[in-house]
Design a protein around this ligand. Structure first.
Ligand code: XMP
Length: 534
């Protein structure tokens, strides 16, 4: 650990930070067999305030033992136990004597290993089903009768190994829940939201079967991450492109807590930000959190690059290119920095191989910093949030003492207001859309809806319509208001705003922004629409 290397004077909020929390007593070890849901299992366990960590299926016991395991969960996976080279059951799972919850492939593997039969189902089953609970057990404590569950499997257990008791069946998989002592197997997926009693089942496993304590908090994540960052960074320096968005903000605050002023943040004002945003970011990070922050006002350069451009993809390309050039120039001034910090979240890496963590560090550019320069050749990436989901990142941000307005800020695209102006981006169009956007957000907040919606913003269209104000005819632009609800931006629904809120937005925009004569509300969901208009 390199904490001694942090100069006293650079500690900033570190000095006021609460004591680092001691590590929770026991870890739930999630053995990864390649399921898309492995992280979700770990996340569900964390939601129940129990520390969990994922290990690859071929991890050695020494690696697992260090985690002080209190229980083991076997994930699902895409293989069949009959496939050549399919992942096998690590010997320590049964030898450890720890309580085990084996999900889907995990169950098939245990059954196969202990002499039961696993056969291909007549048809691959993917979707909702109903589990009939047949026998009481600590795992189903408080649950009985028929439970909706989510299935996703090709094979299933046709004959369980000796000594296994049947706990529950679905119409297509008789052995959907089985038990032998403290070893439980489920053919369905308790970790997905489509299994409504899944959380209860997992809680029963942790507290009723394994007797664990709910003693893990975001504070623990912070202390663990701080230690890990110190180990990773050694006495090096880290560069972070701070956008003011939630992810890069939380990543920067976390890394700063670990290494103080050896984190250098560069915040580029591209002139495409929301009203008051640049001031807020500088205020929070430089003045309150005492980060080593370089503020670069490059708005003129971005505007020059965007002059005369109306095509959305060309706008994005030029903004990305300008950002890279400016960032490189700043990095140059700072001298050699070998590590690059990014606020990459788990959904950003979900498509990568689940065992990526095992693979050698791959240095890749990532879309969330607008395509950082590949040619900059950082030795290593520091991505302290890569195992977390957005809401967990927000909890970590709160734990780090970042202000609510920042932690709960709506997502904002890298190309900023440029993709909310249909047509040319210039000072005039930016001023209009920025004012309208501020009104939309203010009214949504005033109605207490800010945290209920995913995004709320204004889009400036090039359309002009006739209006009347006082005794005169007006001829001005049309602004569209877009408010959506969403879980993850993959799909979104237009928000059913109360009429009074729409009314206040409409009248304030036309009254306060003289260039606008008409306000329309976007009632397109995603799909088929996207959230942004460009
Ligand atoms: P769409 O418009 O594709 O947006 O439904 C999904 C989410 O991504 C944001 N978005 C972007 N973010 N660079 C970004 O960093 C972009 O070019 C970009 N385009 C869209 C959008 O705001 C929404 O949250």
């Amino acid at each position: 650990m390199q904490d001694r290397a942090v100069p006293e004077s650079s500690l900033g909020t570190l000095a006021e930070a609460p004591e680092l929390s001691p590590r929770p007593t026991r870890t739930v070890v999630v053995v990864d067999f390649g399921s898309q849901y492995t992280q979700l299992i770990a996340r569900r366990v964390r939601e129940l305030s129990v520390y969990s960590q994922i290990v690859p299926w071929d991890a050695a016991w020494e690696e697992v033992e260090r985690l002080q395991p209190g229980a083991i969960i076997l994930s699902g996976g895409p293989s069949s136990v009959h496939d050549e080279g399919a992942p096998t059951l690590p010997p320590w799972v049964l030898e450890s004597g720890l309580p085990v919850l084996a999900i889907c492939y995990g169950l098939q593997l245990i059954s196969h290993h202990l002499g039961g039969s696993v056969e291909p189902s007549r048809s691959r089953e993917y979707g909702p089903s109903v589990l009939t609970v047949r026998s009481s057990s600590p795992l189903f404590k408080g649950l009985s009768g028929d439970l909706p569950v989510w299935m996703s499997h090709g094979d299933s257990v046709s004959r369980p190994p000796e000594g296994f008791e049947l706990l529950g069946s679905t119409p297509t998989a008789r052995y959907s829940a089985v038990r032998r002592g403290n070893l439980y197997g489920l053919q369905f997926h308790p970790e997905v939201a489509h299994t409504p009693s899944g959380k209860r089942i997992l809680a029963n496993f942790l507290f009723e079967v394994a007797g664990l304590e709910p003693d893990w908090t975001p504070g623990h994540f912070v202390s663990e991450a701080v230690e890990r960052i110190r180990d990773e960074v050694g006495d090096g320096r880290v560069l972070c492109a701070l956008s003011g968005g939630v992810d890069s903000s939380v990543a920067a605050a976390l890394i700063h807590r670990a290494i103080g002023d050896r984190l250098v943040c560069v915040f580029v004002n591209n002139g495409l930000l929301r009203k008051g945003e640049a001031e807020q970011v500088v205020g929070v990070f430089r003045d309150q959190q005492h980060l080593n922050l370089r503020y670069v006002d490059a708005s003129a350069e971005f505007l020059r690059a965007l002059a005369g451009i109306t095509d959305p993809e060309e706008k994005r390309r030029r903004i990305g290119e300008t950002f890279v050039r400016i960032f490189e120039a700043e990095a140059e001034k700072l001298g050699r920095i070998e590590l690059l910090a990014q606020g990459t979240l788990y959904p950003d890496v979900i498509e990568s191989a689940t065992r990526e963590s095992r693979a050698a560090a791959k240095i890749k550019t990532h879309h969330n910093v607008g395509g950082l320069p590949e040619r900059m050749r950082f030795r290593k990436l520091v991505e302290p949030l890569r195992l977390l989901f957005k809401d967990e990142v927000r909890r970590v941000g709160e734990e780090l003492g970042l202000p609510d307005e920042l932690v709960h800020r709506h997502p904002f695209p890298g190309p900023g207001l440029a993709v909310r102006i249909l047509g040319e981006v210039n000072e005039h169009s930016l001023r209009i859309v920025r004012e309208c956007d501020a009104i939309v957000r203010e009214e949504i907040s005033a109605a207490g809806l800010y945290r209920d919606v995913w995004q709320a913003f204004a889009v400036l269209t090039p359309l002009r319509t006739v209006g009347v104000m006082g005794d005169g005819r007006t001829y001005g632009q049309v602004v569209a208001v877009r408010v959506v609800t969403s879980e993850d931006a993959m799909t979104a629904t237009w928000a059913r705003l109360p009429y009074e809120v729409m009314d206040r937005i409409g009248s304030r925009v036309v009254n306060e922004v003289p260039e606008v004569t008409r306000v329309v509300y976007d009632v397109t969901s995603k799909p088929p629409g996207t959230i942004e208009w460009e």
